[in-house]
Design a binder for this molecule. Structure first.
Ligand SMILES: [Mg+2]
Length: 392
């Protein structure tokens, strides 16, 4: 880790659902689910905190979510709007530091001068609340691991710290599952050793963890002591951009996987364009039911940057390598960067995103009303918003 730095993890709370509640105050205080339709075997992409009280989680099949909370409002989601807001959040982050690793559309690590972490975290939290009226949680510490866990402790809509001196009090009581690298399988094998909490893991002899944790034993044991040597992957030095989803329940349908691939491709595309890169290689990551995980890549002659091109590459990889269902995890990565010459077509990213949004709006209207109606798009705006909420 960079010396003399505090590390922040800034994560917008229930981001897509919060944006929907912001744009439509009628939804405030209500359980809101953003994701695919329950008939179409969609999954929950994001749910509001009100929905979480019913046990609903991200990546849960929409059908199951609705059975837990029949009165929940389902919204199809408006990726272009989320990207627009993500860009505004990014602008706020950039006021405080150029050293930022964007993890996803709603999450970023920031490095700031040692001693300024809490003050900066509080300023960012207040700026996002006052200027964008959105809830964000910020975790502050000295490395990525501790910042991430501090952020979990801060949720929702708060700022918290997890300094090395606070490890015993704040980190050790948590279950081992809270550590990166400890999935359900590792958790089970640790539990069978009698290791349930991070404190118990920290006290366990490192060499005896090899059997339970394999090659990640040393890193995970270090995590239990709050030690994390991972550097921030700063966007301008990044070699790849990726997003992935681990499903709450195994996914059996190809169509569901495609809609998740669409969302991931869109997130990757957005971040690619934000960094001014184009990519020549798209990689699909897929985990099968037996936890076997594969990565398969496709290298394209001409560098790409649009959501659609990334999605097409990801889907073709998926179709070739999907094997038999169900699937537990899927990820999309773009690499093989070139400084994007195509980006010069757009005078700025904001304009490009606006253009994408217009295209999407146009496509949607065309689907719904036929091409003649596009001219009247303005008049339809209000009506459309309502329909999106009722039906999509
Ligand atoms: Mg978030």
């Amino acid at each position: 880790m960079k010396k003399n730095c505090d590390i922040l993890l800034c994560d917008l709370d229930a981001f897509f659902a919060s944006v929907e509640q912001l744009d439509n105050p009628d939804l405030k205080g209500k359980p809101v689910l953003v994701g695919g339709s329950p008939e179409g075997r969609g999954v929950v992409s994001t749910c509001s905190y009100e929905a979480r009280k019913y046990g609903i989680r991200s990546a849960m099949p929409m059908k199951k979510a609705i059975s837990l909370c029949p009165e929940a409002v389902i919204i199809r989601g408006r990726m272009s709007r989320y990207k627009e807001i993500s860009l505004q959040v990014r602008n706020i982050f950039e006021r405080y530091t150029p050293d930022i690793e964007f993890v996803s559309i709603d999450e970023a690590y920031l490095a700031v001068k040692e001693g300024q972490g809490f003050e900066t975290g509080t300023a960012i939290h207040d700026a996002v609340r006052n200027e964008l009226h959105l809830p964000i949680s910020v975790g502050v510490s000295v490395n990525k691991l501790l910042a991430k866990i501090a952020c979990e402790l801060a949720k929702p809509n708060n700022v918290d710290t997890l300094w090395p001196a606070e490890i015993e009090e704040k980190l050790w009581p948590l279950l081992v599952r809270a550590l990166p690298g400890v999935g359900p399988v590792a958790e089970k094998s640790l539990n069978s050793l009698g290791v349930k909490t991070i404190e118990e893991l920290a006290a366990y002899p490192a060499h005896a963890l090899k059997y339970a944790l394999g090659s990640s034993a040393e890193a995970v044991h270090n995590y239990a002591h709050g030690i994390d040597n991972r550097e921030l992957e700063l966007e301008h030095q990044a070699k790849s951009i990726s997003e992935e989803t681990t499903f709450a329940e195994d996914i059996f349908e190809h169509e569901t996987m495609k809609s998740v691939l669409m969302e991931l491709s869109s997130g990757v595309g957005y971040r690619l364009r934000s960094s001014g890169f184009t990519a020549k290689t798209i990689t699909l990551k897929l985990r099968y039911r037996d936890f076997r995980t594969i990565t398969r890549s496709l290298t394209i002659q001409e560098a790409i940057y649009s959501d659609r091109d990334i999605y097409q590459a990801a889907v073709s990889l998926f179709e070739k390598n999907c094997g038999s269902p169900p699937w537990r995890l899927v990820g999309v990565q773009a690499s093989g960067f070139e400084q994007g010459s195509q980006m010069s077509l757009f005078s700025s990213l904001a304009e490009h995103e606006k253009e994408t949004r217009l295209t999407e709006t146009r496509d949607k209207l065309r689907e719904k009303y036929g091409s003649d109606m596009i001219i009247q798009g303005r008049r339809l705006k209000k009506k459309k918003k309502k329909e999106v909420i009722d039906h999509d």
